[in-house]
Design a protein around this ligand. Structure first.
Ligand SMILES: [Zn+2]
Length: 331
């Protein structure tokens, strides 16, 4: 995903407009009742689950508004509005920015890093606070698994242009590095220039330090963690599968951005997809497989903690079934 400043501004203006109409009784009387703003700053969130022997912590980097009328492709605004209305939502909708921490034997592993400084003050960039809440300092992170080199996944790798995770090796699909480090691909594809600038800005400090390991196809990345490339959203988009004691969690990256729309209608794409046909193909194949396997998945932009299952929907398409909130002492 990528967030333009324009969308921020539009959202900010609509919040200001809503508060202004509340402040003026004349405007309030003349205009229809404004939709209450639900924009609320929360403390940095964390959520723990156990996968076999491995404790996995979802970490919130924040959330951002998404104007679906501008962002979604292969749909109409009426179709989009109809689907989000079924979830009692209106446009724009909020997208979470989720990252995940894995406590493997002898290793602390992050999957994605949120947006860092790239969405501006107050928007995203809460990952390090969330990590601190669970007692982890950046220099303790041994590995970072990047699902793809978009700003809201690799953005937290750097602060003021310097590496945040000084002792970490960054694992990323080779095709993303090849694609985003060749500016000729920008002219060839017309893909937003900022994608290239930010991918380079976030990965180059680690490349220069000899701290990047790229991979292709399907490979064991760390003991118990397999990476597999699923080209579509970006050329090097990767799934990471954690397996421990017969239990499994799959980090699927950006195969879905808007639950209310893309589960019932997986053919709908988003402007962040480089290859829209490929993105639809990956989403359709993955949803079908997950509805059969019932594997637990971790999703960056579904509502925090972004953990849940995919279920076949009566009448076609799929449903998102979030994990059941659990907070109690162990056995
Ligand atoms: Zn993305």
């Amino acid at each position: 995903m990528h967030l333009s400043r324009k969308i921020h501004l539009t959202a900010a203006l609509s919040v200001i407009a809503a508060s202004l109409s509340f402040a003026s009784p004349i405007a309030a009387a003349a205009a229809p009742a404004p939709t209450p703003s639900h924009v609320t700053a929360q403390l940095p969130n964390t959520y723990d689950i156990q996968v076999g022997d491995v404790r996995v912590t979802a970490l919130s980097d924040g959330s951002v508004p998404q104007d679906l009328h501008q962002l979604l492709h292969r749909t109409t605004n009426a179709h989009t509005d109809e689907l989000i209305a079924l979830n009692l939502q209106t446009n724009p909708v909020e997208a979470s920015l989720n990252a995940f921490l894995l406590r493997l034997p002898g290793r602390l592993v992050l999957v994605d890093t949120g947006s860092g400084q790239f969405f501006g003050p107050g928007n995203g960039g809460k990952l390090l606070d969330a990590l601190a809440r669970v007692g982890v300092q950046p220099d303790q992170v041994s590995d970072v698994l990047i699902t793809h080199a978009h700003d809201d996944h690799s953005g937290g790798l750097v602060k003021d242009g310097k590496r945040v995770f000084l002792n970490a090796t960054v694992h990323v699909g080779k095709a993303d590095v090849d694609f985003f480090f060749d500016n000729a691909n920008q002219a060839r594809t017309g893909y937003d220039k900022s994608y290239f600038e930010i991918a380079q800005a976030t990965l180059k400090p680690y490349l220069d330090a000899g701290k990047v390991k790229t991979f292709t196809g399907k490979q064991e990345i760390l003991p118990g963690v397999t990476g597999e490339i699923h080209t579509g959203h970006t050329p090097g988009s990767a799934f990471y599968t954690l397996e421990s004691r017969g239990e499994r969690l799959i980090f699927v990256g950006d195969i879905v951005h808007v639950a209310a729309v893309q589960f019932p209608d997986p053919t709908v794409t988003i402007t962040y997809d480089l290859d829209e046909d490929g993105a639809v193909r990956v989403r359709a194949q993955t949803f079908a497989a997950l509805a059969q396997s019932r594997d637990l998945i971790a999703v960056p932009h579904l509502p925090f903690p972004g953990l849940g299952h995919v279920r076949t929907r009566q009448g076609g398409g799929y449903d998102w079934v979030p994990v059941t909130y659990t907070d109690r002492a162990g056995q």
